[in-house]
Design a protein around this ligand. Structure first.
Ligand code: 5RP
Length: 229
């Protein structure tokens, strides 16, 4: 789950990263919108640039509601086809732009939108940057409820520690295991391995569909435009 000891400058930095992303909404017909507090700042600004796109596809019911409140038409991915630009936050990223996402619970739809988009941009504050994903945060895994214990046992066999996110169901009606102590030396392989366990719907490791740009706001309130190394 997200850390609770967040430094006070972080909210302002999140807003700054999100506002910087608004200028990149150009030549877009359909915009994909992620989930979380950083993305919420992005949605706050979208109302003012509505003339630059036809509508948005939301990665969660929460985001869909916020978009509607801002007066933005919300469309289904089945109607739009591939989308032009997807903007989302992250829980962690490494120098190769591999991400851990899903602390907000929307990882499955987020991965679908990231993969179905021509461009994928992440907005974050610098507390999300880690040298190695293994040193960062727990990895959320969305599971079909009836397979929860089975999947948890397979994860324990891998040497990791799953814990059920209590009193929580995803927008897809599934549960989430938050997994600690995974060996994250090869994130793309681990993403594949976890995804192959029957009962796993999606994994919060994003190591195959990488963003092309991360807008990272620092504690000094500058925004770094990071490109993958
Ligand atoms: C939701 C996510 C979010 O992008 C991630 O949790 C970051 O959230 P925040 O912007 O609130 O720090 O993956 O499923």
């Amino acid at each position: 789950m997200p850390p609770t000891n967040t430094p006070p400058w972080v909210e302002k930095a999140k807003r700054l990263a999100a506002e910087t992303a608004l200028s990149l909404v150009q030549n877009v017909r359909y915009l994909g919108v992620g989930t979380g507090s950083t993305t919420r700042y992005f949605i706050d600004g979208l109302g003012g640039i509505q003339d630059r796109f036809d509508g948005a596809v939301a990665s969660s019911e929460q985001t869909a509601a916020l978009l509607r409140q801002a007066g933005i038409p919300v469309l289904d991915l089945n109607e739009t086809g591939d989308i032009d630009l997807y903007v989302d936050g992250t829980d962690a990223f490494d120098p190769h732009f591999r991400l851990i996402k899903g602390h907000g619970g929307a990882l499955t739809r987020e991965k679908i939108l990231a993969t179905a988009s021509r461009r994928f941009i992440v907005i974050a504050d610098e507390t999300k940057r880690f040298d190695r994903l293994g040193d960062s945060v727990s990895v959320p895994v969305e599971v079909i409820p009836s397979a929860r214990s089975y999947v948890a046992r397979q994860i324990v066999r891998m040497g990791a520690t799953p814990s059920l996110r209590e009193r929580y169901l995803t927008d897809n009606g599934n549960q989430i295991l938050d997994v600690l102590s995974l060996t994250l030396t090869d994130p793309p392989q681990l993403e594949r391995e976890l995804k192959c366990i029957p009962g796993v719907v999606e994994v919060g490791i994003f190591a195959r569909r990488l963003p092309e740009l991360i807008l990272m706001a620092t504690s000094q309130f500058t925004v770094e435009r990071l490109k993958p190394t």
